[in-house]
Design a protein. Structure first.
Length: 311
């Protein structure tokens, strides 16, 4: 049996919740899990009931990170899309090196380079370099936009207005997407494999669909009138900030929308294609967007009547 794995962001937040998926998948395999969570609540209680050891800590507190890493053999590092990635990376790299960690699976964005189109993607690239310098056996999963995040964005307007509002140009704009569950399968595959090349990167896309496909999928699966409404970057940023999204995430996504528009306006979008990494390492074919919406659409996008009842 694989030695204990430290799984960060294990409780799951408002984004892809890969930490929670990874923790649960490892526990199903009989792998020991130390779940790194921000606080004790019903989510941590569930993980504990499944057999996880719970560690309450803070990514930005090097002492709590060091305590979490002590005694584990490997780490799943997934820092949320918010400020603090550099500090969190440094704290984790220091602790992992100090305690002899031999494998660290690092979740980053699909485009990770110094000239990537968003600030977060460029920070991800620097994070990769720090883990490699630390010599802790890093493997980098470079994942594209999660289905979950698209659904969260759609949910902001669809129940009340029947509109999918994005600054994505026309409906032919292509979106490279993936299910967080598929990303998690890859992470588990890498964490439990006999050997993984240090510094290896795994770019992953589950499907490539158009804005039109997104609209038609929600309309078909939820059986309601749905239409696309193109808005400006400034409109989207203002609405997102008004809903309480953090400025770091809003800036990342605004830059991402611009890059996707630009890619689809040229031949660049042709480079997007589903990758076989999900099946080869994760052990399952990638989930389609329609499968995801059928499984979770009603949960993520409530009906107009339900939305009104809870407003």
């Amino acid at each position: 049996m694989t030695k204990t794995v430290l799984v960060t962001s294990a409780a799951g937040g408002t984004q892809g919740r890969t930490g929670r998926h990874v923790a649960e998948m490892l526990l199903e395999r009989g792998v020991g899990v130390r779940a790194f969570v921000r606080q004790l609540d019903e989510r941590s209680d569930r993980l504990q009931s499944l057999g996880a050891e719970i560690h309450v800590g803070d990514f930005l507190d090097p002492r709590s990170v060091d305590a979490a890493v002590q005694g584990v053999a490997s780490i799943y590092f997934a820092y949320p899309v918010q400020d603090g990635l550099a500090d969190a990376t440094a704290a984790m790299a220091l602790a992992a090196r100090r305690h002899g960690v031999s494998r660290l699976v690092n979740l980053v964005m699909y485009q990770s380079s110094l000239d990537a189109p968003t600030p977060r993607m460029r920070q991800n690239y620097l994070s990769e370099q720090v883990f490699e310098w630390a010599g802790v056996g890093p493997a980098h999963i470079r994942a594209t936009v999660f289905y979950e995040n698209v659904a969260r964005l759609v949910a902001a307007n669809l129940p009340a207005k029947g509109a999918i509002r994005f600054p994505l140009g026309n409906q032919n704009t292509l979106l490279p997407l993936i299910a967080a569950e598929d990303v998690s399968r890859i992470a588990v595959g890498l964490l439990t494999a006999p050997a993984v090349a240090a510094g290896a990167a795994y770019p992953v896309i589950g499907s490539v669909i158009s804005v039109r496909d997104v609209v038609e999928t929600f309309a078909r699966v939820l059986d309601r009138d749905t239409h696309y409404e193109e808005i400006t970057d400034e409109q989207w940023k203002s609405e997102a900030l008004g809903r309480g999204w953090n400025a770091h995430a809003v800036e990342h996504l605004s830059s991402l929308w611009r890059s996707l528009r630009a890619a689809s306006a040229t031949a660049e979008a042709a480079r997007f294609s589903a990758t076989d990494t999900i099946e080869k390492i994760g052990g399952a074919k990638p989930k389609t967007f329609e499968q995801f919406v059928r499984e979770r659409g009603a949960e993520l996008v409530p009906s107009p009547s339900a939305a009104g009842a809870t407003a």
